[in-house]
Write a protein that binds this ligand. Structure first.
Ligand SMILES: *Cc1c(COP(=O)(O)O)cnc(C)c1O
Length: 796
């Protein structure tokens, strides 16, 4: 089935080359990191030995995303190529373990969290399903910062991940683009203008191969890197100097230096807007060039191309495509609009108002004068449509306008232009229509749809949990990674003694591996028989890591007061980063670390209650934590987490969810059944009720002595080293405002935690639930998500 064979000879050539490079006589002398170079380069050659796909007669998906959190590629690509075992044997000949070599790879951290990881899972699934696709992103020099703790405080340092030496990338000089900024526009005729930018920057293409799962498909993830345009004239450069006047931009190359470290939060800076336009301009030019090179006609653009916008970050691709069609290809406004409004589709990722992107109109106009003119016309034409639907209604126009109050609203531009708008879990898609865009829904009733997120089973079970994968292989006798719904087949082994024994042993084995990792990074010896309760995700108030923390403190206080109370031992594992400027989230991290210090140093808590906060959360760390988890904390305030994907990874690997009815938790609960999940807390509806009645967090604090004492713990004694104000930011926010209802859900959360402690005592029943979680998670494969995109969006 595989066209090219694993070739020992091709690896031998790479080994020869590196003997020369490293000045050694034979490969026996290679260090592990040198072996990593050899393995990656040899595998890259195998990936590119697969011929490019023939021109397909279907739509090509252009997936535009400012983030691709791809994780380590070497092991994953070898597996997808079908050569993992051969590569392992090749290294074993030299007495080298492949897993040790794979540990040498730095994660390319080109994303913040869920949104970027979703883009990576989707690329894997599109390649694996043979959906022709190109991912378009930015080739940041510094990925998401590295996180360390100093006295419990998050410290950030630059993640210089080795962009220029990363073995999986290749510069593709045939694809260089030029991108303009600022300057003037001159009318030519009708809607055709000439834009004379003040500054031009080069965009260089760096390609990474996306390898389909054992199907001979390799397609590109194309990342754009900014560089100074050598052909650029000096006077014009001077003219454009104002653009580069900011301290942080000393030259054009600075444009793609850093990934903005915000998750679910807008970053309104000029440099960010320039990054967004740079990303869109390079990508649109590349898509057009490929479309025409394949012999298609311009008027068939929407027939052969779809541009999927991963959130509003790449929205500028809309006015950019309009501009190119009008100014460079002489199309009329109506022809250009017809193409654009049938090409773009938009995925919304959040309802949080602080995350909805808006740009200052003056900044926008200064940087992108022609685009502003185009957006202005789209806005005026849309205003006529709104008037014909609602009459002259200023309140409605205030909500629907693209340009309003000197701001450019990117989500509105997307909804007005795109032929489809999707949310990322059913509850989120419903709220999108009822709460965020009800008037739009009235105007465009068929535009909105749902595609529930998914995760690739190749990385999130086959690679991350090889022992469980092997058990599933032997049990099901089919390659379930290609069709994850086949996991249903293990339901009939849920009472099978042999299967159960192995499943339990695998979880225990994975817990031992994670324990060793915790020992190594934190110096903490943990109880491997405790419940491993994990909350691993970005730090954000809405995700409520502080709710988890308050329960830990309250539990600690109960155990201190009543050492003999019945209690199931717990290990609480945290991992996650806060945006460097998000002081409240950093305060929560500090509090968790300090509480961990106190508890872990209390000898009475040994093997009973422990807290491990692993620094520098990233894909490769997630792959180690997830297979070892017993409990998955998915405790966001109902209505705030659009979907979540960490919830899916954990449940698939046999962790039981402790969650609110939010995002994809709702669908996970439907799939696994109420007996196999721990739900708690306010629902979207009861949140609404509570807020209408008027929510008074202080009353909860004053009336619940357990809660009060847990909060007060943070202002006394060792945990704050006598500094009462250490956690003031967090405590004041909780007691005075509590925008995410932490105190309102505290009771219900504690009760759910106690139910978990009870349930775990019946190890047979617990195991039963774990197995059913694995068996029933099949629909959360990103292959299913991609099929939904095909049916509901792309093939229309
Ligand atoms: C899956 C994943 C996320 C998303 O986690 P959520 O719990 O859905 O927020 C973030 N970061 C990394 C590294 C991941 O692998």
């Amino acid at each position: 089935m595989l066209q090219n064979q694993f070739s020992q000879a091709s690896f031998d050539i790479v080994v020869q080359k590196y003997c020369r490079y490293f000045d050694v006589d034979s490969a026996e002398q290679f260090s592990l990191s040198q072996w990593y170079q050899v393995l990656a380069e040899g595998s890259l050659a195998l990936a590119y030995a697969i011929p490019a796909q023939k021109k397909a007669d279907t739509r090509h998906v252009n997936y535009l995303s400012m983030e691709f959190l791809i994780g380590r590629l070497t092991g994953n690509n070898l597996m997808n190529l079908g050569y993992y075992q051969q590569a392992k044997a090749y290294l074993a000949n030299y007495g080298v373990e492949i897993v040790d070599v794979l540990e040498q790879e730095r994660d390319p951290a080109l994303g913040n969290g869920g949104l970027g990881r979703l883009a990576a899972c989707f690329l894997d699934s599109m390649a694996s399903l043979g959906q022709p696709a190109t991912g378009y992103g930015l080739h940041y020099q510094y990925g998401l910062f590295k996180q360390a703790f100093e006295n419990g405080v998050q410290k950030e340092s630059a993640d210089f991940w080795g962009r220029n030496d990363y073995p999986w990338q290749s510069h593709n000089p045939a694809k260089t683009q030029l991108v303009g900024f600022g300057g003037k526009i001159q009318p030519i005729k009708d809607d055709k203008y000439e834009w004379q930018p003040a500054l031009t920057i080069q965009g260089k293409a760096y390609d990474l191969p996306v390898v389909g799962y054992q199907n001979n498909v390799v397609q590109p993830l194309r990342l754009w890197q900014a560089d100074n345009d050598q052909t650029f004239s000096f006077e014009k450069f001077n003219d454009g100097k104002f653009l580069l006047a900011d301290k942080e931009i000393v030259n054009a190359a600075a444009l793609t230096q850093v990934l903005y470290p915000n998750d679910n939060h807008k970053a309104g800076q000029k440099l960010r807007l320039m990054q967004q336009y740079f990303h869109c301009a390079c990508s649109v030019a590349d898509i057009l060039a490929r479309h025409l090179a394949q012999g298609h006609r311009l008027q068939d653009f929407a027939k052969y191309q779809v541009i999927q916008l991963n959130d509003t970050h790449p929205t500028l691709a809309i006015p950019e495509l309009m501009r190119v069609l009008l100014d460079d290809y002489d199309l009329s406004w109506d022809q250009a609009w017809e193409i654009c409004s049938n090409t773009f589709a938009y995925t919304n990722h959040t309802l949080l108002p602080e995350a909805l992107e808006q740009w200052d109109q003056r900044l926008f106009k200064q940087l992108l004068p022609r685009h502003f003119q185009i957006v202005d016309k789209i806005n005026r034409l849309f205003q006529q449509k709104v008037r014909s639907e609602f009459g002259k209604n200023p309140q409605i126009w205030e909500k629907l306008a693209i340009l309003f109050d000197y701001r450019v609203r990117m989500a509105n531009l997307c909804v007005v232009t795109c032929f489809k708008v999707n949310g990322v879990a059913q509850i989120h898609s419903d709220l999108l229509v009822t709460d965020l865009f009800p008037e739009y829904h009235k105007i465009f009733p068929t535009k909105f749809c749902n595609v529930t997120n998914g995760i690739t089973p190749r990385r999130w079970i086959r690679q991350a949990n090889p022992k469980l994968s092997d058990l599933l292989d032997r049990t099901l006798q089919t390659d379930w990674t290609k069709n994850l719904e086949q996991l249903q087949g293990v339901e009939k082994y849920v009472e099978d003694y042999g299967f159960r024994t192995e499943y339990r042993q695998i979880k225990q084995h994975n817990k031992a591996i994670l324990s060793a990792e915790i020992k190594q990074t934190l110096g903490l010896s943990v109880n491997e028989d405790a419940i491993f309760d994990v909350q691993i995700k970005r730090f954000h108030e809405y995700k409520r890591q502080h709710l988890n923390l308050l329960n830990i403190i309250a539990t600690y206080q109960q155990l201190k007061d009543n050492p003999n109370m019945p209690f199931t031992p717990r290990l609480f594992v945290f991992s996650g980063k806060a945006a460097p400027g998000y002081y409240l989230a950093k305060n929560i991290i500090h509090a968790i670390n300090n509480v961990a210090q106190v508890i872990n140093h209390d000898k009475h808590m040994k093997d009973k209650l422990q807290v491990a906060f692993l620094p520098d959360y990233r894909v490769s760390l997630a792959e180690k934590i997830i297979p070892a988890a017993d409990v998955s904390e998915q405790i966001s305030m109902a209505g705030k987490e659009a979907s979540g994907t960490g919830n899916m990874k954990l449940a698939l690997n046999g962790a039981l969810t402790l969650g609110t009815l939010d995002g994809a938790n709702v669908e996970i609960a439907q799939m696994v059944g109420a007996e196999n999940i721990f739900l708690f807390g306010h629902t979207v509806e009861s949140v609404r009720e509570l807020l209408t009645q008027g929510y008074d967090p202080k009353a909860y604090y004053q009336q619940n002595p357990v809660l009060k004492s847990a909060v007060d713990f943070l202002t006394k004694g060792a945990v704050c080293q006598g500094n009462k104000a250490m956690f003031k930011l967090m405590i004041d926010s909780l007691i005075e405002r509590d925008p995410f209802l932490v105190l309102a859900d505290f009771d219900s959360y504690m009760v759910a935690q106690q139910r978990i402690g009870q349930a775990y005592l019946d190890r047979e029943a617990w195991l039963h639930s774990c197995i059913l979680n694995t068996a029933r998670l099949g629909m959360f494969s990103s292959d299913r998500s991609i099929r939904d995109y095909q049916q509901r969006i792309w093939l229309k």
